[in-house]
Design a protein around this ligand. Structure first.
Ligand code: CMP
Length: 140
């Protein structure tokens, strides 16, 4: 089915000047950028976005990393977009990410891991609504 997912190019990858290379991977996999914005997140915004991780030991480091520089946020649309994007990204820990994935090629560490992508239909809808509140999202 045609789905939408939320993608974030994190501060490490923006600083490395690889936004275009990452967009090419989305496009070559059949994913279309249907909304996009570059933002320097505030601590409050980053904390709200990652609220599900609030009790995790890495929460503080995650928020401070995500506000360390601008991020590029996009909604992607395409066949099976959520899983397709997760396959493009590779494992959360870049040292465990398969060769040829975005994280294997561009990421340094589990914190500076280049990209975020929604992990399911419910989080995709919630994350797109969080950053693109005017957009209508149909999950079915
Ligand atoms: P992301 O997909 O953006 O979702 C939460 C982020 O927390 C994750 O990518 C990682 O960058 C970061 N993180 C740091 N440590 C961990 C960990 N042990 N497990 C999962 N995510 C972690």
């Amino acid at each position: 089915a045609i789905e939408r997912t939320l993608s974030i190019i994190k501060p490490d990858a923006v600083a490395k000047n690889v936004i275009g290379q990452i967009y090419s991977r989305f496009e070559n996999a059949g994913l279309k950028v249907i909304a996009a914005k570059m933002v320097h997140l505030s601590e409050v915004e980053a904390g709200q976005f990652y609220a599900v991780h609030k009790e995790r030991p890495f929460f503080k480091d995650l928020v401070s990393f995500m506000i360390s520089g601008p991020v590029m946020i996009q909604a992607l649309e395409g066949e099976n977009a959520i899983l397709t994007n997760r396959e493009l990204m590779g494992a959360t820990d870049p040292s465990k990410a398969e060769k040829g994935t975005i994280r294997a090629d561009f990421a340094q560490s589990i914190d500076a891991n280049a990209v975020h992508g929604s992990d399911g239909a419910d989080t995709a809808a919630a994350e797109i609504a969080f950053f693109f509140p005017g957009m209508q999202v149909y999950t079915r």
